[in-house]
Design a protein around this ligand. Structure first.
Ligand code: MF3
Ligand code: CO
Ligand code: CO
Length: 289
């Protein structure tokens, strides 16, 4: 079923198809005929949706800035969670993790050998030398944004400093690899190369994701891969990049008792940074800056 030039565009912009996604669809069709895997329309956000995700991202970023200012030695991860809940609610927003598939808290706090999905607890008190990831997802007016940062408590070891730095550079390398009409595999390839350059490993099977209308949408964003392969990255796609980088083996296991916390198999350090971004006509915009 083809849309007439003067009919309303499928994206919901309220504009005529010819003034909106007609050229876009022609370009996608060309790529599809060449054998490329192209995104379905359900992965493409319109300008109003992108603007709303940006608003959500502004609160999410302010929240991470607040955590940055407040986090200190002797603070429990539950106190971080309290801050996340209070800050988010007081801005008219909701913390997406709370109650998500039974998750009991408002954010994830993953310390040292924890890869991700650590559950805030009053029994986990930050000590000098710890590295901790705080991952926050905000819902504002129904729109989701998702980002995380690493925090270093007091003086940390050289190894800890290295994994935090390499993980950050992996995220930056992944973001730099995103091009409108490029491939999803470009992202994983860039991240993997950056990690391996310093002998670090990348966690597989947990990755980035589409985001915006829900916390986790398609596509799955793999942090390893081959350039020039995989789904085409088209303007209007909104997703996260969030490489989990390990000092030792990439292998992990999940806490049997709580069903959430992911740990490195060898007990070595892991670090992660995350941003939400949108592919634009000319490049990208980070929505959680
Ligand atoms: N924010 C996480 C992500 O980056 C998702 C957390 S889901 C939770 O995808 F339930 F563990 F909070
Ligand atoms: Co995410
Ligand atoms: Co996240």
């Amino acid at each position: 079923m083809k849309l007439g030039k003067n009919e309303l565009c499928w994206c919901g912009s309220g504009k005529k198809y010819k003034k909106c996604h007609l050229d876009f669809d022609e370009r996608l069709e060309e790529l599809r005929l060449k054998g490329c895997l192209v995104p379905p329309h359900s992965m493409i956000k319109n300008q109003q949706q992108i603007d709303a995700i940006r608003e959500s991202g502004i609160i999410n970023t302010a929240l991470l800035d607040e955590v940055t200012k407040t986090i200190h030695e002797g603070m429990s991860t539950e106190e971080i969670d309290d801050l996340v809940y209070e800050f988010t609610m007081s801005h008219g927003a909701t913390p997406a993790p709370l109650g998500y598939e039974g998750f009991p808290k408002s954010c994830c706090t993953s310390v040292n050998n924890e890869v991700c999905h650590g559950i805030p607890s009053r029994n986990v008190v930050l000590r000098e030398g710890d590295i901790v990831n705080v991952d926050v997802t905000t819902i504002y007016h129904g729109y989701f944004s998702d980002a995380s940062r690493m925090f270093c408590i007091g003086k940390i070891s050289e190894e800890a400093e290295k994994i935090v730095r390499v993980a950050k550079e992996c995220l930056e390398a992944g973001i730099s690899a995103v091009r409108p009409w490029g491939h999803l595999g470009d992202i994983g390839a860039a991240i993997q190369a950056r990690a391996e350059q310093d002998g670090c490993s990348i966690v597989r099977d947990i990755g980035g994701h589409g985001v915006g209308i829900e916390m986790h949408e398609d596509p799955y964003v793999c942090h390893v891969g081959e350039a020039g392969t995989g789904l085409i990255l088209a303007p209007g796609m909104v997703f996260t990049i969030e490489p989990m980088v390990n000092l030792g083996t990439q292998k992990f296991f999940i806490d049997k008792k709580n069903g959430w916390t992911v740990y490195t198999k060898d007990g070595k350090l892991s670090a992660q940074w995350e941003h939400t971004l949108v592919v634009t006509e000319t490049g990208i915009e980070i929505l959680t800056h």
